[in-house]
Design a protein around this ligand. Structure first.
Ligand SMILES: *[C@@H]1O[C@H](CO)[C@@H](O)[C@H](O)[C@H]1NC(C)=O
Ligand SMILES: *[C@@H]1O[C@H](CO)[C@@H](O)[C@H](O)[C@H]1NC(C)=O
Length: 141
């Protein structure tokens, strides 16, 4: 009998102790921000400031459309495509997808970052939080 009662008593005691301990911690720490709070504060700050977005080419876009997007974007006022020329900071990786994304993002930014400025006949994709920049090439936000 005793050997069956003891574990139960011990368990209840341990539970009571744990609860009072948890309550104590909960009370004592309530004014200090936890890591979760800090993440939430960070998100709130992001929401309050301008939400950072970039425009890139959809990965499924065919080369002809990518070329068209480069020609169109780089032909617009306020779009400087020198970084994707040989020797520029954004020349590498040297492929159409990367060059088109860079040019499309510049156009998107110069046009005012409206969602329709990244349409490109359904070949544009607006991304946020995931900065497409890859050093030394920085996509202006
Ligand atoms: C598209 O262009 C890239 C170079 O930017 C090339 O590697 C790829 O083979 C081309 N794709 C097609 C389908 O021509
Ligand atoms: C837009 O996409 C459609 C369908 O894919 C195509 O027929 C048309 O030529 C494209 N227009 C431009 C301006 O790229």
């Amino acid at each position: 009998m005793e050997s069956q009662k003891n574990p139960l008593v011990f368990l209840l005691l341990a539970l009571a102790l744990l609860l009072s301990f948890a309550a104590h911690i909960g009370h004592g720490e309530s004014s200090r921000p936890t890591p979760t709070d800090e993440i939430q504060i960070d998100l709130r700050r992001k929401r309050n400031s301008e939400f950072v977005t970039w425009c890139i080419a959809k990965p499924s876009t065919d080369n002809e459309s990518l070329k068209r997007n480069i020609d169109y974007s780089c032909g617009q006022k306020g779009v400087d495509c020198r970084p994707i020329q040989p020797g520029g900071a954004c020349f590498l990786p040297d492929n159409l997808m990367s060059h088109a994304s860079y040019a499309m993002n510049l156009f998107y930014k110069s046009a005012g970052k409206n969602f329709w400025n990244c349409h490109f006949n359904s070949t544009g994709l607006i991304v946020s939080l995931e900065d497409p920049s890859l050093a030394p090439c920085y996509y202006p936000a």
